[in-house]
Design a protein around this ligand. Structure first.
Ligand SMILES: [Zn+2]
Length: 221
């Protein structure tokens, strides 16, 4: 629900250092606002812009997708559903981790298909005459972006702390976040929004139960 993370748009060149926060921010683009669903990536253009902002797609790659969507609308029409499908599958995997249950049918297949489209690391001759490491993109730019966004969740499962993945306790938010608190008992995606809202609601409930208004209503004519 908090909107601040959408403002972060560092330029990362060709490094593509995608973090788990980026992955969760991507999942949280399927957002809720006051309990209603809000799509933060409503168009192909907005999704491409988001990918470029997070450094998971190059500007030229995004332009390539845009011009292909114009020249071949039937291909372009599949782009946004692909983004939503992988995002939904990743969210399902995150939910399953939090709820300690197997993911629903198809979610793993969708994520795995996305992972196969990842970049390929290869050795290349270096400018100093030795050897260097480079990568090349094998899938189309969207496939590649989705693979890069899936990576941190996979890494968290294999070498990180998946038990620290949380869903915000605010039912009108439900953002996915990583609990980096010392005691591992963080309940809200953001204390200043969801945490405070919960505190205020508790306070309201408490003062209501203590309020004399709860006594018998005396009808006045
Ligand atoms: Zn929240």
């Amino acid at each position: 629900m908090p909107n601040t993370t959408f403002d972060r748009a560092p330029s990362r060149g060709h490094a593509h250092d995608v973090s788990l926060d980026d992955t969760f921010d991507f999942l949280n683009t399927d957002d809720t606002e006051n309990g209603s669903r809000v799509e933060r990536l409503p168009t192909l253009d907005s999704a491409l812009e988001w990918f470029v902002g997070r450094g998971v797609i190059h500007g030229e790659g995004a332009d390539r997708v845009r011009s292909l969507a114009v020249s071949s609308p039937e291909i372009g029409a599949r782009d946004l559903p692909r983004v939503y499908a992988v995002r939904g599958a990743l969210r399902e995997v995150a939910d399953a981790i939090v709820e300690e249950r197997p993911p629903r049918d198809g979610a793993l297949d969708t994520v795995n298909r996305a992972l196969h489209a990842r970049q390929v690391i290869e050795l290349v001759p270096a400018s100093n005459g030795c050897v260097s490491v480079d990568h090349r993109h094998v899938g189309d730019p969207i496939d590649d972006a989705l693979a890069r966004l899936a990576d941190p969740l996979v890494m968290e499962l294999t070498t990180g702390h998946p038990e620290r993945i949380r869903i915000c306790d605010n039912d009108r938010c439900r953002w996915v976040f990583f609990d980096a608190s010392r005691n591992g008992r963080r309940r809200w995606c953001d204390m200043s929004t969801c945490g405070n809202r919960a505190k205020a609601a508790r306070h309201r409930a408490r003062s209501k139960s203590e309020s004399p208004d709860d006594g018998p209503v005396i009808a006045t004519l």
